[in-house]
Design a protein around this ligand. Structure first.
Ligand code: 4G1
Length: 243
């Protein structure tokens, strides 16, 4: 997958995309990203990329022409396979379902707004508008990084064990079970006995039950949407009866 990021602040991406899993994914040739500075597409000698809003009001609006030029260049490179995404608070909420769908794309062009946002006429060139949540941010750059992180780890071969992707939170709509590593006793806080038992069937049952317990207690909204087996319902019964 090729990802073009269109932004006024390309430096913001240099850290997060060049460490850990995202770095390895690039080394394996599974993913590459290209930072495009929208300022390079400004038409005047002062490299103007923003201006005051028509109608008045505070802040600056990103100009349409430099963005259109930047998108045109990126999508020409990607041919008909380019998906143009605008990160913005009025977009569709990002979900794991959306992430999994985007992981199948060949070329993503991700546009990040800044200041008070982009000129409304930019939206005509965009395939999808996506939001990572309801809070005020200074720009779409961090949301773009969130999207890239989530999408890249769903590309086959990026995460070593296919297992670990499947076991992750939200794959089956539940939260994670509690995890422990050495030592067995930390200041009198002990690892649950079942995890030391070596009984894999019991361990799997305990983990499923704790994942269900946690989801019930913390995110009942997720539980309502999850696909639960008959066994899950039994475990859930045990959890809610013995509080
Ligand atoms: C109104 C949040 C404005 C913000 C209502 C999630 C937020 C991009 C996102 C804002 C942004 C709410 C996102 C707000 C984002 C122009 C530049 C828009 C920054 C901008 C709840 C500022 N997911 N926010 N406006 O934060 O880009 O993707």
């Amino acid at each position: 997958m090729q990802v073009d990021v269109l932004t006024l602040f390309p430096e913001m991406f240099q850290g997060p995309l060049q460490i850990s899993l995202l770095k390895k994914a690039q080394e394996k040739g599974l993913f590459s990203f290209n930072l495009v500075n929208i300022r390079d597409f400004a038409g005047d000698k002062h490299k103007t990329v923003d201006d005051t809003p028509y109608g008045g009001g505070p802040g600056m609006v990103m100009k349409v022409a430099p963005i259109v030029a930047a998108i045109s260049k990126s999508s020409a490179k990607g041919g008909p396979n380019s998906k143009i995404i605008l990160m913005c608070p009025s977009g569709k909420p990002l979900t794991q379902e959306k992430v999994n769908a985007l992981a199948k794309e060949k070329h993503l062009v991700i546009l990040c707004g800044h200041y008070e946002g982009v000129d409304e006429r930019v939206r005509d060139l965009v395939d999808e508008e996506i939001s990572i949540g309801d809070y005020v941010l200074t720009g779409g750059e961090i949301p773009a990084m969130v999207l890239i992180d989530a999408v890249v780890r769903q590309i086959p071969g990026v995460v070593k064990e296919e297992e670990s992707v499947k076991k992750d939170s939200f794959y089956d709509g539940l939260l994670d079970y509690p995890s422990y590593t050495k030592p067995e006793d930390f200041c009198g806080k002990n690892v649950p006995q079942v995890l030391l038992s070596g009984n894999h069937k019991e361990i799997a049952r305990w983990r499923r039950k704790e994942a269900l317990r946690r989801t019930l207690e913390r995110r009942p909204d997720l539980l309502a949407k999850a696909n639960l087996s008959a066994e899950d319902k039994k475990l859930l019964d045990e959890v809610s009866c013995h509080e």
